[in-house]
Design a protein around this ligand. Structure first.
Ligand SMILES: NC(=O)c1ccc[n+]([C@@H]2O[C@H](COP(=O)([O-])OP(=O)(O)OC[C@H]3O[C@@H](n4cnc5c(N)ncnc54)[C@H](OP(=O)(O)O)[C@@H]3O)[C@@H](O)[C@H]2O)c1
Length: 305
């Protein structure tokens, strides 16, 4: 029997690399859609140029598409130009895929899009399930709403569509955790302000399993919070990371205003409170390998994944 084909758009990044390996091991023929063509022993790389509206002809002839594309949310200060790039890279890449599927009369078994828990905005202690009302209008909220609205339009081109609102991905290979790990290794586990704002997170292995389920299990569809069942306050989060990384590190606060001056509006990424609960995953009896943060951090550091 021939293998099912999965295209991961934006698959060269932190999540995509892990997911591509995982799906390859699970028996899928995996290809990656990237701005730069590469040769790879296991995966076919296809090239696209979202701004010019061009995709390699063969790229979309697959059973499943997972779209992880997007300019890094916390890579550069949020100038107007950067904000436009953050939104356009997500919305325009989605609409380009839609346009090409339509033009070539292609139909997918599944389309799965990344989104982010930033869609809920800054919500204090409120527990946020997938049905939480989105009642704020900050940049991340606007960005995620546009991103998800674009993704939803793909529903006519697939049998099943899922959107994963991803929390902080626990991986030692980059992303937010890496930014926390370095100071801890240098002996400083900083929390921000009173540290009472919530962080919701997910181990990369559990996130990868979730994307796999969206492909192969018909019960997975719609909006799904991609988070572990145990969101923690920022202070508790740093203490758990410290336990896993360097127990000698001192835990102390950095005033929020320092981060606001250093990062500008982008400080929302570390200062907002997102107590996001995986209600859909609990209904689906999703089995987490890493529900505990200290063990999750310890695991990625030992395995460097
Ligand atoms: N990591 C997290 O903690 C986290 C949390 C919440 C949500 N998410 C979302 O989940 C998705 C995957 O996360 P990730 O950490 O794997 O992201 P990542 O490492 O930044 O990878 C995203 C990929 O998107 C492509 N890309 C970047 N800028 C682009 C642009 N201007 N135009 C077109 N493509 C562009 C890049 O691929 P090429 O260079 O090969 O083109 C890059 O490898 C992202 O959309 C991210 O926002 C991640």
């Amino acid at each position: 029997m021939s293998k099912e084909k999965v295209l991961i758009a934006g698959g060269s990044g932190l999540v995509g690399q892990f997911l591509a390996d995982d799906l390859h091991q699970k028996g899928y023929a995996v290809s990656i859609l990237s701005r730069s063509a590469k040769s790879h022993p296991k995966f076919t790389y296809y090239k696209w140029d979202v701004v010019a509206g061009i995709i390699d002809d063969e790229a979309l002839k697959v059973d499943h598409i997972i779209n992880l594309t997007g300019a890094g949310i916390a890579d550069k200060r949020w100038t107007d130009k950067r904000k436009k790039e953050i939104i356009d890279s997500r919305v325009d890449s989605t609409m380009l895929i839609k346009k090409e599927l339509h033009k070539n009369g292609l139909h997918l078994k599944t389309y799965t899009s990344a989104s982010a828990i930033g869609i809920y905005g800054d919500r204090g202690e409120e527990k946020l399930s997938e049905s939480a009302v989105i009642n704020q209008d900050s940049f991340m909220v606007q960005c995620c709403k546009k991103w998800e609205a674009a993704a939803q339009t793909l529903n006519i081109h697939c049998d099943r569509l899922s959107i994963i609102r991803i929390g902080i991905v626990i991986s030692s290979n980059g992303g937010a955790l890496q930014k926390f790990i370095l100071p801890i290794k240098l002996g400083q586990a900083n929390y921000f302000g009173d540290g009472q704002h919530y962080y919701s997170w997910i181990h990369i292995e559990d996130l990868s399993e979730l994307f796999y389920k969206c492909i192969c299990d018909i019960n997975y569809s719609g909006i799904i919070n991609g988070v572990a069942p145990s969101p923690l306050t920022n202070k508790a989060f740093m203490i758990e990371c410290k336990k896993a990384i360097a127990s000698y590190a001192l835990v102390y606060p950095v005033p929020k205003w320092v981060m606001k001056i250093a990062l500008g509006e982008m400080s929302a990424v570390i200062l907002n409170s997102n107590r996001v609960m995986p209600d859909q995953l609990e209904k689906l009896n999703f089995s987490y390998k890493h529900p505990d943060l200290e063990k999750a951090v310890d695991d990625v550091i030992k395995r460097e994944i």
